[in-house]
Design a protein around this ligand. Structure first.
Ligand code: NAD
Length: 266
């Protein structure tokens, strides 16, 4: 679904922040939220690509600003979050999409061979950075009685020696989502997890010599799910936007599988 074909305006007059918004699922989520009326805070460490998302939103008539921050840097996350919550006293939606899987350029970092290599990087961004940002913007989320989506992965439930740290980080996101939901519930803030299955983004394409050929294979090829293909980023963004919207007003603490039936078929 293109943003031009979005007719719902569930975020008119609202402020939404999206991490990882320079690329893939985060970028698609930022565009979708903007198409539904939100002012979007585009957060990423990749300054140029983040600005590209912001420009795309403005070009199609939406409203956005860029915040460049490395989610692996505690002090920078705290400063960026505090500043965001000062500029926007009410934050209605926060989508935590940023994530890292590559360590030293490789997704495969087998437990027995590579040990703890990459632990601090992957856990630091995928879990600690996510939690640090939520903490820093908490006052603005509470003021808006807003919602948070934490992007986990089907990887949270898999047994893979090669990606054990990434998989553990995504399992931690499922757990953290439950705990945050409990912490925020008295203030009317919902916290929901979204666990995508394989999705055609940079994360998947960057390891292929011919990304366009790989993209075509992923659109039609087996992925061990019922639909027999990988997702487009817009399909995950649609679920994230739903979870952030008032349409999901009774959903909190759980993680929704958006995986083409991957979990159902395993
Ligand atoms: N693509 C998939 O198949 C898939 C499947 C399940 C879950 N996920 C999850 O979805 C989320 C988005 O993934 P994607 O596929 O869109 O990946 P992507 O690589 O296209 O985008 C990730 C974004 O996060 C940003 N980022 C990474 N480290 C950062 C840091 N330290 N500080 C700030 N920003 C940082 C990157 O710059 C990038 O813009 C991730 O959390 C990923 O784990 C992806």
């Amino acid at each position: 679904m293109t943003s031009a074909s979005i007719t719902q305006r569930r975020f008119d007059g609202r402020v939404a922040a999206v991490t990882g918004a320079a690329s893939g699922i985060g970028r698609a989520t930022a565009l979708r939220l903007a198409a539904e009326g939100a002012h979007v805070v585009v957060i990423d460490r990749a300054a140029e690509d983040a600005e590209r998302t912001t420009t795309a939103i403005r070009t199609s008539g939406g409203s956005a600003e860029t915040v460049v921050v490395d989610l692996g840097d505690d002090a920078a996350v705290s400063a960026a979050g505090t500043s965001l919550a000062t500029r926007h006293a009410r934050l209605h939606a926060l989508a935590n999409c940023a994530g890292v899987v590559h360590v030293d350029g490789s997704q495969e970092n087998p437990f027995l061979e590579r040990g703890l290599t990459g632990w601090d990087l992957v856990m630091g961004v995928n879990v600690r950075g996510l939690a640090g940002l939520v903490l820093a913007v908490a006052p603005a989320l509470v003021a808006a009685r807003g919602a948070v989506v934490n992007v986990s992965s089907e990887a949270a439930y898999r047994a893979r020696a090669g990606r054990w740290i990434y998989d553990a980080s995504k399992a931690a996101v499922v757990s953290v989502t439950r705990s945050m939901a409990a912490a925020f519930a008295p203030d009317g803030v919902r916290v929901v997890g979204v666990a995508p299955g394989g999705t055609i983004t940079e994360m998947h394409l960057q390891d292929h010599a011919d990304p366009e050929a790989a993209r075509e294979r992923m659109r039609h090829g087996a992925n061990g799910n019922l639909l027999n293909r990988l997702a487009e980023p817009e399909e995950i963004a649609a679920a994230i936007t739903f979870a952030l919207s008032d349409d999901a007003s009774f959903i909190t603490g759980t993680t929704l599988a958006v995986d083409g039936g991957g979990a159902a078929s395993r």
